[in-house]
Design a protein around this ligand. Structure first.
Ligand SMILES: CC(C)(COP(=O)(O)OP(=O)(O)OC[C@H]1O[C@@H](n2cnc3c(N)ncnc32)[C@H](O)[C@@H]1OP(=O)(O)O)[C@@H](O)C(=O)NCCC(=O)NCCS
Length: 197
């Protein structure tokens, strides 16, 4: 019987996961998603969140704004399994044309425009990452670090190695723009596969 009750309890969650976006109200605040953004039905977005035009949030990403607000700009991608959270003291603000790579963690910090947070990188509380910077795959940017614009940051703890060269900058910009297009294609696909009455 307990098992049956558990299944019944899970049913709305399963429905949400399969058919609609995983958007959840928290204490009266519902995520606000621009109509031009794409949010995977398998992502979870909770609470005081605003997401701009052209932004995409991918499979099993979690954006949880229960302690503070989270703002994500335009044409940004929050890729698969990425975690975005905040603290009571620090909101999380992510700019435009940002790439938050697969499995990255963005925690109670500010990420400027056209930044890349590499695959599996962790950006900790109180960090400010300047526009155009690249946080390399697997780097850990420790609490309250200020990263100047156009910095390439590698390692644990993350250190500024050099300025981002113009060709790397261009290549990551192209990747970010590809994600805007990819998001639109997925949005069309998920609109097509919505159940009809
Ligand atoms: C940092 C990065 C951009 C490469 O920069 P690069 O200047 O072209 O670096 P190179 O590949 O020429 O390597 C230069 C040195 O840095 C090291 N290096 C490269 N990436 C590194 C990383 N993520 N962490 C630590 N060291 C790294 C290389 O081993 C090399 O070391 P060496 O000089 O001792 O041989 C790339 O490795 C990276 O991390 N990209 C992130 C991609 C990503 O996650 N995109 C988002 C999702 S799609």
């Amino acid at each position: 019987m307990d098992f049956l009750n558990t299944l019944i309890d899970l049913r709305p969650v399963v429905d949400l996961g399969v058919r609609t976006m995983g958007l959840y109200k928290f204490e009266g605040k519902m995520p606000k998603i621009h109509p031009g953004a794409y949010v995977s039905p398998r992502a979870s977005l909770i609470g005081d969140i605003e997401i701009g035009d052209g932004t995409s949030v991918w499979e099993f990403a979690v954006v949880r704004a229960d302690m503070n607000k989270i703002r994500i700009g335009k044409n940004t991608s929050i890729q698969d399994n990425c975690t975005v959270h905040c603290t009571f003291l620090n909101p999380t603000i992510i700019g435009d044309l940002v790439t938050a790579g697969h499995n990255s963690v963005i925690h109670a910090c500010e990420i400027g425009n056209q930044v890349v947070v590499g695959i599996g990188a962790i950006v900790l509380t109180g960090v400010k990452v300047g526009d155009g910077s690249v946080i390399g795959a697997g780097a850990v940017v420790t609490e309250n670090t200020q990263i100047p614009p156009n910095s390439l940051v590698l390692g644990i703890p993350g250190k500024v190695i050099k300025e981002v060269p113009p060709d790397m900058h261009e290549s990551f910009k192209t990747d970010a723009e590809l994600y805007v297009e990819l998001g639109k294609r997925h949005k069309r696909e998920s609109d097509r596969s919505k159940p009809t009455k």
